[in-house]
Design a protein around this ligand. Structure first.
Ligand code: CP
Ligand code: NVA
Length: 313
């Protein structure tokens, strides 16, 4: 595969998802093999985080280490960025030290600005528009459970039309997976993302549907997916969101209406008792823990694509 300039949206890898998943699966299978290769040897990757993270930060740090590279974690408050240095100046300086930047930001515009001003690859580690790394891990999880088949499978999203749904719509549309999203009307996905997803779906044959009723979405589905009702940055709307999402919970009754073989996805962290119940998240149909593990393998495949081996290495 030729290298990739940046991963800002899952659309950036729309044509490369099958080989990325194949490489992630290979990395997963050979993770503990002696003599594994170290394609990031001599490389350093900056991780800029404006928001908290358990999975994304840890899986990137561990993944970079396992590929032979060095990770530099930088919370915004540790950087001069937190005191008003511009994103552009931060990008220019980090580009002189590092080989790539992983950035978790509040605003998608800031991720685009960092990528525009950096001379090294930038990875979107979640912003208010997208979470592409998450969706690569999710597609790997579905690929494992469906033995590589996406066409004809039916995925139901129950909840907020947020960053995770945006990347999921684009990712599902890219691989030909049918996705029905049940969201309250006022929390539907952004029209620009819907348009972009429809364009990808026209190529792949994926069917995307946008409805209100969680029960209609779940009926006969091959997998159910949910995320928190209050994302990072939405805390001021917490009370009105709790009201709007009443009824948008994945619980045993909803799961019982899905296909008998259905599994449940959640990107985590979960708000147990809100968007998902304990018995479902901890139950035999939960795929959430595999999903979390797959962040590591999928991101290692992305890093290999962004940072091909140095000449002579
Ligand atoms: N799913 C996810 O991105 O989790 P973190 O916020 O813990 O990184
Ligand atoms: N939608 C959630 C995802 C967390 C990984 C958020 O943005 O907070």
């Amino acid at each position: 595969m030729s290298s990739l300039p940046d991963l800002l949206s899952i659309s950036d890898v729309a044509d490369r998802i099958p080989p990325l998943l194949a490489e992630a699966a290979r990395l997963k299978a050979t993770r503990r093999s002696p003599g594994r290769s170290r394609p990031l040897a001599g490389r350093s990757v900056a991780l800029i985080f404006e928001k908290p993270s358990t999975r994304t930060r840890t899986s990137f740090e561990v993944g970079i280490h396992e590929l032979g590279g060095h990770a530099v974690y930088l919370s915004k408050s540790d950087l001069q960025l937190g005191r008003g240095e511009t994103i552009g100046d931060t990008a220019r300086v980090l580009s002189r030290y590092c080989d790539a930047i992983v950035y978790r930001a509040f605003r998608h515009e800031d991720v685009l600005e960092l990528a525009r001003t950096a001379s090294i690859p930038v990875v979107n580690a979640l912003d208010d528009r997208e979470h592409p790394c998450q969706i690569l891990a999710d597609l790997l999880t579905m690929h494992e459970r469906w033995n590589g088949a996406f066409h004809g499978k039916r995925l139901a999203w129950i909840g907020d039309g947020n960053n995770v749904l945006h990347s999921l719509l684009l990712g599902a549309a890219a691989v030909g997976l049918d996705l029905t999203a049940a969201t309250p009307a006022e929390y539907a996905p952004h029209p620009d993302v819907v348009r972009a997803a429809e364009q990808l779906a026209a190529r792949s044959g994926a069917h995307l549907r946008y409805i209100r009723d969680p029960k209609e979405a779940a009926q006969g589905a091959d997998a159910l997916y949910t995320d928190v009702w209050v994302s990072m940055g939405d805390e001021a709307e917490a009370a009105e969101r709790q009201r709007a999402f009443d009824g948008y919970q994945i619980n045993a009754a909803l799961l019982a209406t899905a296909a008998p073989t259905a599994f449940v996805l959640h990107d985590l962290p979960a708000h147990r008792g809100q968007e998902i119940t304990d018995d479902v998240l901890d139950g035999p149909q939960s795929a959430a823990w595999d999903q979390a593990e797959n962040r590591l393998h999928a991101q290692k495949a992305v890093l290999e694509l962004l940072l091909p081996p140095l000449a002579g290495a």
